[in-house]
Ligand binder design. Sequence first.
Ligand code: AN7
Length: 349
Amino acid sequence: MSYKGTIERYKKFLPVDDKTPIVSLLEGDTPLLPSARIGKELGIDLYFKLEGLNPTGSFKDRGMSLTISKAVEVESPMVMCASTGNTSASAAAFSARAGIACTVLIPKGRIAMGKLAQALVHGCKILAVEGTFDEALDVAKALTDKHSITLVNSINPYRLEGQKTGAFEICDRLGEAPDYLVIPVGNAGNITAYWMGFKQYKQVSITSKLPKMIGFQAEGAAPLVCGHPVEDPQTIASAIRIGRPARGDEALAAAKESAGFIDMVCDDEIIEAYKKVARDEGYFCEPASAAAVAGLIKKVKSSEIKKGSVVVCILTGHGLKDPDTAIKVTDEMVTIKPDLSEAEKVLFD
Ligand code: AN7
């Protein structure tokens, strides 16, 4: 049996035809891991979608496969994105695969080390912008408006089309949509894409129900919760340090239409959940992904998410993307001499 990426597996639901060149790294088909402990503690039937197991370590690969394929189809000379790190890593990898030029704009000093390493090693052009992500995106938009360069941020509709395959996989695996879909929100493309995917699968009767869409932003970067843009967003979860989400209106509409909501969690809650997933579940996700887990825990405790329900939580990116944060928020290492008795003393005294 041959391996298939997202486009080949879900061709009939995507805007492709036989002439579309498929650029794929066999992304998607990520595990839906049943929770070992957190679900039981909360009294819900909980699954984690391990999007960090995509080829570049985040969910961005789903949308990037389709977006780069379409850019190659129209013979675009270059693709470009602004990014808090994961989009740039994915764009760099898929462009390398396609053999197409790629430029990424990143907020200087504000993206996680693993993500920067990825962009560097794939050999794209990197512009480190002295400013926020939102300001970098403004420059990317201006450049792509003026020159013949394809913007591959989630303003590009193909990004959402590709990312909706995550919703398809969940329904295919569970037999229908869950009661709740819990997801972190930054530029707001992913929650928008998942909602599109669930609605499309309901239209063709693959699922009979739709989930409530529950999104979480970080407190210092929560424009959709506060109801206004945030000029200088702050959070330890650098992936979602975004003050003017490009798909904000669609995300709010998805929450409303589905009878869900978008709320926020603070950095302490994010870090607590980040360690809890690693320690109670054995899976290492990045801080932005843990925002969803933090929010989930809070909302089950407040009964805004009902006990007994089926919940899928999207763990959007791999923990190894951001080793600095992992090391910064833990300090449980004991230094010893290479000596048996010293080791025994530390372990058993
Ligand atoms: C791990 O890479 O915006 O709400 O430029 O990397 O669809 O933006 C990343 C976002 C959640 C939020 N989790 O998703 C970028 C970027 C992780 C992320 C989000 C991001 P959206």
